[in-house]
Design a protein around this ligand. Structure first.
Ligand code: CA
Length: 225
């Protein structure tokens, strides 16, 4: 699951990244409203954490922009203590939740998970896909009632494939989703093949169906058999 953190206080941003990476989220972070708009235009995130007070404007502009480009990403607003107006405006503009600074990280984690559950998985902690069951709280993956051990990248890859069911996804989009801003350091995206191969092998070895097909020269497709 991929998050965008929009927060200009460097220390808070660093703490958020460290904590949320520990919770197995993929994180990207920006400090201004203008870069945030570029990011949400180019990429899809599973949830956004949005500070209201940004150096080049209000976080509310980012909410307006999301609406304008028709992106229904879950947003949690971080607002300063006492700024009731920001909260109300934010919720009116389509934010899903808000927290007042200073906030408890575990509380934030719980709210993010609940937004992702509501938006993606109809309120459930478990994602069922054929004979695969993923618990998004414990990050356990069962295939045919057998627990399989995935690396963090394989886990994220599996979630990405499932959330793009029946769509052809390019190697490039997989790498961009999993590596974010680090994508530039790769000369070629062929290395993704070994992650795909390992994930596929673990599922099939546990007696699961092979949901993945290779679309030659384009990428992959994940679909129910
Ligand atoms: Ca701020």
């Amino acid at each position: 699951m991929k998050l965008l953190i929009i927060e200009d206080e460097q220390e808070v941003q660093d703490d958020l990244i460290e904590f949320l990476k520990g919770e197995k989220f993929l994180c990207e972070a920006v400090s201004t409203a203008s870069i945030a708009k570029e990011k949400v235009y180019m990429h899809d995130y599973d949830a956004i954490i949005l500070d209201i007070g940004l150096p080049d404007g209000s976080g509310l502009e980012v909410l307006e922009y999301l609406k304008k480009i028709n992106k229904d990403t879950g947003v949690i607003i971080l607002s300063a203590r006492g700024s009731i107006d920001d909260k109300i405006s934010g919720l009116n503009l389509g934010a899903d939740d808000y927290l007042t600074k200073p906030f408890d990280f575990n509380e934030l984690n719980a709210r993010i998970k609940s937004i992702i559950r509501r938006k993606h998985f109809h309120g459930s902690n478990n994602i069922d896909f054929g004979d695969i069951v993923i618990n998004t709280d414990s990050h356990e993956v069962n295939v045919n009632n057998q627990l399989i051990i995935l690396t963090q990248k394989e886990y994220q890859l599996l979630l990405f494939l499932i959330s793009n069911e029946n769509r052809v996804i390019t190697k490039e989009s997989i790498v961009e989703h999993l590596w974010g801003d680090d994508t530039d350091m790769f000369d070629s995206f062929d290395f993704i093949y070994s992650h795909i191969k390992n994930l596929r092998k673990k599922i099939v070895n546990a007696g699961g169906n092979d949901y993945l097909s290779t679309i030659y020269g384009v990428g992959y497709k994940f679909q129910r058999t």
